[in-house]
Design a protein around this ligand. Structure first.
Ligand code: FAD
Length: 432
């Protein structure tokens, strides 16, 4: 009988969660994981605390060599995959190495989206994204050598980058297009609390601005200034800076899949079993697209990994001659189906607790309950529809956010809790 080989392209969060879920007794004779990064898998989420020097690379590297060895997993570093042949079922790296596969998982994630501003054509070395350990290394290397950094985009990543750089003793300006910081997670009140906190740390926050173009030094090629406009009055401004970090969104890495003839929209299209549109080919994580959605947080990816691992375990029934899993065995191993769920988003900045979930801006038929002690930096907001929680913001006091999240996910009727709901679970239970 021929060997069953699983090839995984990408060694990030999604790939490693699939490997964890597959366990030691998986049905593959060999698993090859190909990574275009130079170092072993690390917890990407923890790059923010790493930049703030609150943790170390070792502490955020979850698996050691023995862990991979026990699972028959070979990691190939600096092995960017260039070509996928779904007919002959093998992939080729940029260095020409070939890997045949029985099953293929594309977990290539995404990359920072840096807008094509005039002045960036020559890719100045001090203009970065915030995605990889290489980006963090470059930021840490700048520390002590530069005076000022500009972070463009105040979503979750931009805020964390600004705080991390500031903690290196660098003066930081954080620019955001929207008047509301982290506007995909926060409303104006919560954003106000965040802005005050950032300013109290010494971060210069400029909202409602658009970057226009970048100046570079003719000799070094390094960026030296950014020109931007105030969106309200179109007034032009210039800011001298030594480092520019873009946190303005992500682009799924789906080019190789597209070239291989797989269906690709914004990401690699998958069905609810994480199948892409070629035989024995799967995708998950930030490179995939499911029912029009793409991803930027790990919570949905953990669910995808569970679904996919379950699917891959079916390969114990794989028929090599027929090159598929016999349909007769389907009933023995019922597939799992991935579906979209609500998620809780947390800002990872020491001293600023902010949790957001669901529809935090009310729609027409919603009601809002809120509690504010802005001087203390505490703000709780519950968006309710038909006696069900549909959205929550917890700022400054996040003790009960997990409980609110459970109530939201369960669509629990909160009629009996209404008077005390904002004060939290303990209060509701005490008076019950
Ligand atoms: C600084 C930072 C903080 C974050 N904080 C949070 C948070 O608090 N909460 C949260 O939910 N999410 C957070 N995220 C997002 C989270 O990290 C991502 O959702 C998650 O990493 C996606 O996992 P993935 O495996 O799809 O992609 P990745 O983890 O990016 O892994 C993809 C891997 O594939 C490799 N690759 C790409 N193309 C190729 C190729 N052709 N050949 C070989 N290898 C290739 C990439 O280099 C990468 O190693 C954060 C992200 C960053 C950058």
């Amino acid at each position: 009988m021929s060997a069953k080989t699983l090839v995984i392209v990408g060694n990030g969060m999604a790939a490693n969660r699939v490997l964890e879920q597959l366990g030691i007794d998986h049905p593959f004779d060999a698993i090859h994981v190909l990574s275009d990064e130079a170092i072993h898998h690390y917890n990407r989420i923890m790059l923010s605390p790493l930049l703030a020097q609150e943790t170390t690379l070792e502490a955020i590297t979850p698996h050691n060599a023995l862990w991979y060895q026990q699972r028959h997993i070979q990691i190939h570093l600096n092995a960017a995959v260039d070509h996928i042949d779904t007919q002959t079922r093998h992939i080729t790296t940029v260095t020409g190495e070939q890997f045949p596969y029985t099953a293929l998982v594309l977990a290539t994630g995404s990359r920072s989206s840096i807008p094509p501003l005039p002045g960036l054509e020559h890719k100045p070395a001090n203009v970065l994204g915030f995605r990889t350990m290489t980006d963090v290394d470059a930021m840490l290397a700048a520390s002590g050598k530069i005076q000022h950094a500009t972070v463009i985009g105040a979503g979750l990543l931009g805020v964390e980058a600004a705080v991390g750089l500031k903690s290196q003793g660098i003066n930081v300006t954080l620019m955001h297009r929207n008047p509301v910081l982290m506007n995909r997670q926060l409303d104006a009140t919560a954003s106000g609390i965040l802005q005050r906190d950032l300013e109290s740390r010494g971060v210069d926050v400029r909202t409602g601005v658009n970057p226009l173009n970048i100046d570079s030094d003719a000799t070094t090629g390094l960026a030296t200034a950014i020109h931007y406009e105030d969106r309200a009055d179109k007034s032009p401004h210039t800011l001298n800076t030594d480092l520019i970090v873009f946190a303005t969104g992500i682009i799924p890495n789906a080019e190789q899949a597209k070239a291989a003839g797989l269906e690709v929209g914004r990401g690699i299209k998958v069905n609810s079993r994480m199948h892409a549109t070629a035989a024995n080919t799967y995708s998950l994580g930030e490179c995939c697209e499911f029912e029009g959605a793409t991803y930027g947080l790990v919570a949905p990816i953990w669910e995808q990994a569970k679904t996919l691992a379950h699917e891959l375990l079916r390969y114990k029934h794989y028929d090599h001659d027929a090159q598929h899993i016999p349909a007769a065995l389907e009933s023995e191993h019922q597939p799992k189906h991935y579906c979209e769920q609500d998620h809780l988003t947390k800002l990872k900045v020491s001293g600023v607790d902010m949790h957001s979930m669901g529809r935090y801006e009310p729609e027409d038929s919603d009601e809002v309950m809120d509690l504010q002690d802005l001087a203390a930096g505490v703000y709780k907001k519950l968006v309710i529809n038909n006696n069900r929680i549909v959205g929550v913001l917890c700022v400054g006091d996040v003790l009960d956010s997990g409980w609110y999240f459970d109530l939201l996910c369960q669509q629990a009727d909160i009629s009996d809790l209404r008077t005390n709901l904002l004060f939290g679970k303990a209060w509701c239970e005490d008076v019950a």
